[in-house]
Design a protein around this ligand. Sequence first.
Ligand SMILES: [Fe+2]
Length: 356
Amino acid sequence: VIEYRLLLSGVEVFSAPAKAPKPAGAPQRFVVMGDCGAGTSAQRKIAVGISRADADYLVVTGDLVYTRGRVSEYLDHFWPQYNADAPSNRRGAPLLRSLLLLPALGNHDVIGRDLNRYPDGLAYFYFWSVPRNGPIVNPHDSSAPKVDGPAGAKEAFLQSAGTSYPSAGNYSVDLGDVHWTVLDANPYVNWRDAGLQRWLTEDLKRAQRSKWRFVSFHHPGFNSSRSHYDDQWMRSVHRIFEQGRVDIVFSGHVHNYQRTRPIRAGSRPGEWVLDTRFDGMKNTKPNGVVYIVSGAGGAKLYNPEQSDQADTFQGFTVRLISSTHSYTVVEVAGSTTVLRQISADGKELDRMVLTK
Ligand SMILES: [Fe+2]
């Protein structure tokens, strides 16, 4: 734990403890949630739950703040809820002052791209500081989120965001035994582009020295919900994940919890081979990539009528829970990873053990 103090003109105005990243070889615990900053009571309850999880860091699978990713929206229903002075269901919890947060760009985070209508849009690029090691660095790149509006407003945005725009949409970072790759899955990014695929391939190649490889992005490549069913384009890079020996891919976008069987690509495009032997309890060595949707962090739940209704699932899905808001707690210790899905009321909804 690190203690830090914030001084204004030499006077202490704020102090807090912060968690330092765990070194390689040490057990670590992180929380994953998505689709969260909606100003709801569920959002605040989940913040309180997370504050009790004793996590080392927090991963957010996008749609950090609703509905247009504006500075004013962060001020109203993001910072107060995740940086309340004490945990309470009415206010939220003191998370951000003490925890590293790995953000991802959701669709709502980039809706405010018209600076004429939303002068404080694209707040993601002001607020989040992530490693500048992504593949999209030029504002004119066709896979960068396009900024619209009067020339003066665009100029001011570019100046304030600095090199964070557009680079912060994609990055990777090593945290102890875990390599994280975070991607922008919005449809303006062409993940069929050879250059982008090369970056992803190389990133995962370098990550082979890490014990575990996890990926986070917003739009899930495999989804059994009727909502956003047409938005599964990210499965087009599944082969790169599989060849890069990615263990788990985390997404949001669909406001519920979902877990797939371990998935491998078949010999023909669009053909998937499922590891039906893996159960995450007795058989814990997966043959393929497990895809998790953790998008039940505060916004209105999707398809509660499909919750636990296995006859409505695609073959790759083993769990779909949409009866309650929830978040994911993951513990990594040596060759074992334990994933638990926890409800806003603190109940364990699902559990999966992975070993290697
Ligand atoms: Fe969302």
